[in-house]
Ligand binder design. Structure first.
Ligand code: GLA
Length: 380
């Protein structure tokens, strides 16, 4: 059964009537440009063919009712005049409540709605399930309230919801990727002026995600600490963000920055340069360069930025031994997935081999699956 069908059927079961709209958002994977968006650097994500969907219908009552197939139970009911973050087991709903609240703050007269959330995007795996949940909610709010935002403005409201309702001071990459995705393309995004350049992805490569199964928790404070480190380094270098710094400038300030801030800043400036080189290598079809840049990105995230973990490091090492063109951790880190570029006709063998080898050497199961670049969030 397709997700849309099960989403609509669940809606009828839970709310006893037909849903009127279904919004769908892809997840995203980032090819390169990690932990640089909040320093206004360059990133290169694409929207992936794993989705979160939301079936919904407007309500006369001024409230939202939300039900998620992965949680079950009774629908949560939240009055539109009482939009605040929830604690404990209901906190998953904060992405929804937060988006509604941000639209209201932006002056939209939000109409109440009831909605069912379903999907096949793994949660907490670094594929931006949160940005996808925000995007479907935003589309539903716009639809029932009779307003329309551009994908970039929608992304900014979703980001604000994540900051204030989920407590994650994230950059804008995930929201831009899921709202602007373009089939067959990655998006090279300049996070300083939000220019998006679609880059065609080579069809002869497969994009294999390997999910370490380690659950990341960006809200646990490490993400915020990295961001604060960057801000401290930028201020010592007398630049607004590390986007304005260069490697020679960072190197010259090595002593005054101290070891930790030096390594954080070095990651950001070298990662920004890698994104530009990656775009050139994609255009010229230089697989060796793609692989080297991904390896360097992973090493920098592991050693300088300290956001990897032993499981991700092992998966990246294994991938190169098993014939991947390139491999690195993707997303916020501390677990989640690696992204692997693999020759298309070798992808099935690669998936089997990495799962088997990891199980044999590490005693744990991982999941490997290919993803394809798709269009961004929309009402179906
Ligand atoms: C998370 C954040 C993004 C970005 C990545 C790391 O996914 O939501 O804004 O910072 O981590 O690149």
């Amino acid at each position: 059964m397709s997700i849309s069908t099960s989403c609509q059927q669940n809606f009828s079961k839970v709310f006893g009537r037909e849903s009127l709209i279904v919004a769908r958002s892809p997840g995203r994977v980032n090819l390169i440009g990690e932990h640089v968006d909040y320093q206004l650097g360059w990133v290169m994500p694409f929207a992936v063919d794993r989705y979160i969907e939301c079936a919904a219908a407007a309500l006369v009552e001024p409230e939202i009712r939300i039900w998620s197939s992965s949680i079950g139970g009774a629908p949560l009911r939240i009055a539109l005049n009482d939009l605040r973050a929830l604690d404990g087991s209901d906190s998953w709903a904060n992405y929804v409540i937060g988006v509604v609240a941000k639209y209201a703050e932006a002056g939209v007269e939000v109409t109440g709605f009831e909605s069912v959330i379903d999907g096949n995007l793994p949660l907490g795996a670094g594929l931006s399930s949160s940005a996808a949940l925000e995007a479907v909610t935003a589309l539903v709010v716009e639809n029932v309230s009779g307003t329309a935002k551009s994908p970039s403005d929608r992304s900014k409201l979703c980001q604000a919801a994540e900051h204030d309702f989920a407590g994650v001071p994230c950059g804008l990459m995930d929201q831009l990727a899921v709202n602007h995705g373009r089939v067959g393309h990655a998006l090279m995004i300049d996070c300083r002026d939000l220019t998006l350049t679609p880059l065609p992805l080579p069809e002869e490569l497969s994009y294999v995600m390997v999910n370490s199964g380690v659950r990341h928790a960006l809200a646990d404070g490490e993400y915020a600490k990295r961001k604060a480190d960057c801000e401290a380094a930028a201020s010592m270098l007398e630049v607004t963000t590390l986007r304005e710094a260069t490697l020679p400038v960072v190197n010259a300030a090595r002593e005054s920055l101290g070891d930790r801030l030096y390594r954080r800043a070095r990651h950001v400036v070298t990662e920004n340069a890698r994104v530009e080189h990656f775009a050139e290598a994609l255009t010229s079809g230089n697989r060796t360069a793609l692989g080297q840049l991904m390896a360097a990105s992973h090493a920098s995230l592991r050693d300088d930025y300290e956001v990897s973990c032993s499981e991700l490091d092992l998966l990246v090492e294994m991938a190169s031994r098993l014939g991947a063109v390139g491999s690195r951790m993707t997303g916020g880190g501390f677990g989640g997935c690696t992204i692997n570029l693999v020759p298309r006709d070798d992808a099935a063998r690669f998936c089997e081999d990495i799962c088997r080898t990891y199980r044999e050497t590490h005693g744990q199961s991982v999941e490997a699956f290919t993803v394809a670049p798709v269009d961004g969030a929309a009402i179906l």
